[in-house]
Design a protein around this ligand. Structure first.
Ligand code: MN
Length: 324
């Protein structure tokens, strides 16, 4: 057990009331990690509240089990013994950092992003872990919390989604070992895998079709990207999570080293830029950091307050110097 994990265990042991914070635009990892930790702390006799600035999407609702997630205004007047952020790479991902810091004297930051800015009072960050869920799994094991089916479901789904069903290039063998332990405890592995991977809406399918027919590439075809205007999002009537999945169709293209998606988040900007790298020597977290974002060496994102064209020019020109 690392020293940071010990600090987390001690701080959680002392707390009777805990606020668990999911990151903005919650994904499978933050939702599953938060839920599993909530069940564990409840089993330990603690009072637990979950908070997030955005609603958990329909795709990940089933992970929440008995839990509901409060919006920030619902918890603003409350005080807790400790707050825990799960899978938040920096303070902006917390959604309402001010509120989270004021909510408790201790802020525990549990995460696996290499670019984590260590904003907590206790920071447990392990970039080698494939998902924050792996850290929660280790934490629960060390605290001898029984892995009930809802906990196993939450952690398995978190790990499965953060590794692209264990197929992303950074997936390590430990993740499959953890997944195998968790899978044993699931009521139905088939059902969980179906819910996560064997389902795509018509809206998303049409958006993917549009994106693949409008791809842009650098002369060497080592860089590939798509720019999605807000009008297109409206025309295809797609949800945020539908558009998020686009990049997974770009990264595996033959010979591609870097894939990018530029997406207008509303009619007047800002622009979300997502990077994916299939080569270990190309650390896309550094590119994202140059634009105020962050992430992993293989997957990163930033939000730019410029228009779509300006975002493309600024981001792509940095890549032109390195690979084109
Ligand atoms: Mn994660």
């Amino acid at each position: 057990m690392t020293e940071s994990q010990t600090h987390v265990t001690e701080a959680l042991g002392r707390a009777n009331t805990v606020l668990i914070v999911l990151h903005v635009h919650p994904d499978g990892d933050t939702t599953g990690s938060a839920t599993a930790l909530a069940y564990a702390l409840k089993w330990m006799g603690k009072s637990v509240t979950l908070a997030c600035s955005d609603a958990v999407g329909s795709q990940f609702q089933f992970l929440l089990g008995d839990w509901t997630v409060s919006s920030w205004d619902m918890v603003l007047d409350q005080r807790y013994d400790a707050s825990v952020t799960v899978d938040c790479g920096d303070w902006r991902r917390v959604g309402n950092f001010e509120a989270a810091r004021n909510a408790a004297p201790v802020m525990i930051n549990i995460d696996h992003h290499q670019s984590n800015s260590l904003f907590g009072t206790i920071n447990w960050v392990e970039p080698d872990a494939n998902a924050t869920a792996v850290l929660i799994y280790r934490l629960l094991q060390s605290m001898s919390v029984p892995l009930t089916p809802p906990i196993a479901t939450a952690l398995y789904c978190a790990l499965s989604t953060d590794t692209g069903s264990f197929m992303y290039p950074h997936t390590i063998a430990e993740s499959l070992t953890v997944a195998s332990e968790l899978a044993r405890l699931l009521p139905s592995l088939r059902q969980v895998n179906q819910a996560l991977w064997a389902h795509r809406s018509w809206a998303q399918t049409r958006l993917i079709g549009w994106a693949l027919s409008n791809l842009c590439t650098s002369p060497s075809r080592r860089v590939v990207w798509i720019a999605v205007p807000y009008a297109t999002v409206l025309a295809y009537d797609v949800k945020d999570e539908d558009a998020e999945a686009l990049i997974d169709w770009l990264r595996p293209i033959e010979g591609v080293a870097v894939a990018l998606v530029f997406r207008e988040l509303s009619g007047t900007g800002p622009i979300k830029v997502s990077w994916r790298s299939s080569q270990t020597e190309l650390n896309v977290a550094e590119f994202a950091r140059a634009f105020g974002g962050g992430g992993h060496s293989y997957a990163s994102a930033a939000v730019l307050t410029v228009n779509l064209e300006q975002a493309e020019t600024a981001v792509l020109s940095r890549l032109e110097d390195v690979i084109w």
